[in-house]
Design a binder for this molecule. Structure first.
Ligand code: FAD
Length: 390
């Protein structure tokens, strides 16, 4: 596989890694190979994930909220966070989702919009993986248009009373703290809701064909009474959750290159050893054309990820550029995995090879954190100045 990875690095991007970043990349790759890769087929097929154990492992590795500073976080660069996302997603998008939701959605919401007490209380535990967070924005009737949410928080004295429900929430049933977005008389606000609070119930989504190695839940709030200090004081309006999503989308832009690389490396190996008509299928021009197209597309996606990391580290990354990355890289990764699957023939449809599993996972990644179409419209608006959302 290492040989295949080297051959896929057509632009020589690996050689540009600094010593520190190479060490980080190799450390996470080894962890992924030792701890994650041997188990991923079983987790995926069973549709379960030992999320608590894994969160602690990821915490020990120092990757949860690694791009945040203080409160037990590493203060890593965007480039380093991107490398970690790619190495973990090379095993499975569900595992990267665990990290993304924890660090970029739940922890970032508390980090950016929380009170000092909320940060002190939650962030060190979340960085260590002792506490898991989830992020509840989407509702059954409010997906691409989160401004239409119906979950509502109403003041009652100094308390808040929360009613409504959230759908498709990653880490929902394993979360120790839920960041929940709700409509109030003052617009959309964020709240921290702990499991066990009366009226708060969680149910898992079953029968998924995608992101099976990930916990997905619905959250239900029936007259849930929250103290005043459950509110995130600095979160005002839809801009607050969208700020968190921008953070998480950056991780996706980098992460999906790992899934695509892993699928393509497995395919390259397979094509070199599978013989038909008396020669390896890698020797057929039609196969070589596919491999060339896919490898070029992979390198372009990696370049895009690297450019966005540079911009983020320079403090210049715009949300439109994040949309560019999500639009381009998820589409590329999905197309790479789908086409790579065809090279594996019948062998490509089982979990013996990671290729179709990656493709199926990427169907979710194509849809969550802003659908492909939503990012198309963001780019369309940037180009034309015309809002085509409604
Ligand atoms: P819809 O918004 O109903 O979209 C359906 C289709 O219509 C899509 O193709 C969409 O692009 C298209 N469409 C909608 N509006 C327009 C338009 N204006 N123009 C053109 N096309 C349009 N959410 C969270 O809050 N937290 C999580 O942790 C989380 N995790 C998830 C995990 C999984 C496995 C999945 C599947 C989803 C998760 N989501 C989460 C929800 C996810 O973000 C939503 O599914 C996504 O925003 C799309 O919403 P929807 O599914 O309601 O689709």
């Amino acid at each position: 596989m290492t040989d295949a990875l080297d051959r896929l690095d057509l632009l020589g991007l690996d050689a540009d890694l600094s010593d520190d970043n190479r060490l980080l990349r190799d450390t996470v790759r080894k962890f992924a190979d030792d701890r994650l890769r041997p188990n991923i087929r079983d987790w995926y097929e069973a549709g379960t994930l030992p999320a608590r154990e894994l969160a602690r492992d990821f915490g020990e590795l120092g990757v949860l909220g690694m791009h945040l500073s203080g409160y037990g976080c590493q203060g890593s660069t965007a480039a380093q966070y991107g490398l970690v996302c790619a190495e973990v997603e090379a095993v499975d998008s569900g595992l990267r989702s665990l990290i993304s939701v924890q660090g970029s959605l739940a922890m970032y919401a508390i980090y950016a919009y929380g009170s000092e007490e909320q940060k002190q209380r939650w962030l060190p535990h979340m960085a260590a993986g002792e506490a898991i967070g989830c992020f509840g924005l989407t509702e059954a009737d409010s997906g691409s248009d989160p401004g239409s949410m119906r979950t509502r928080a109403v003041r009652d004295g100094s308390d808040w009373v929360l009613n409504g429900s959230k759908m498709w929430i990653t880490n929902g049933s394993v979360a120790d703290i839920a960041v929940v977005w709700a409509r109030t008389d003052d617009g959309i606000r964020g709240f921290l809701v702990e499991p066990g609070t009366p009226g708060f119930d969680v149910a898992d989504v079953h029968h998924k064909l995608s992101l099976r190695a990930s916990v997905t839940s619905s959250l239900h709030f029936n007259e849930v009474r929250l103290p005043a200090d459950a509110q995130l004081p600095e979160a005002a309006g839809l801009r607050a959750p969208l700020g968190c999503l921008s953070e998480a989308r950056f991780g996706i832009v980098c992460g999906v290159t790992g899934a695509a690389r892993d699928a393509l490396a497995a395919t390259l190996d397979y094509a070199g050893t599978r013989t038909q008509f008396g020669r390896p299928i890698a020797g057929f021009q039609l196969t070589q054309r596919k491999l060339a197209e896919l490898a070029v597309s992979l390198n372009q996606a990696e370049l895009t990820a690297r450019r966005l990391a540079e911009l983020k580290d320079a403090g210049r990354l715009t949300s439109q550029q994040v949309s560019f990355g999500k639009f381009a890289n998820v589409r590329a990764a999905l197309e790479i995995c789908r086409e790579a699957r065809s090279i594996l023939g019948g062998s490509g449809i089982t979990t013996e090879y990671p290729v179709l599993r990656h493709a199926l996972n990427l169907e979710t990644v194509y849809t969550y954190e802003g659908t492909h179409e939503v990012h198309t419209l963001v780019l369309g608006q940037a180009l034309t100045g015309i809002d085509a959302f409604r």
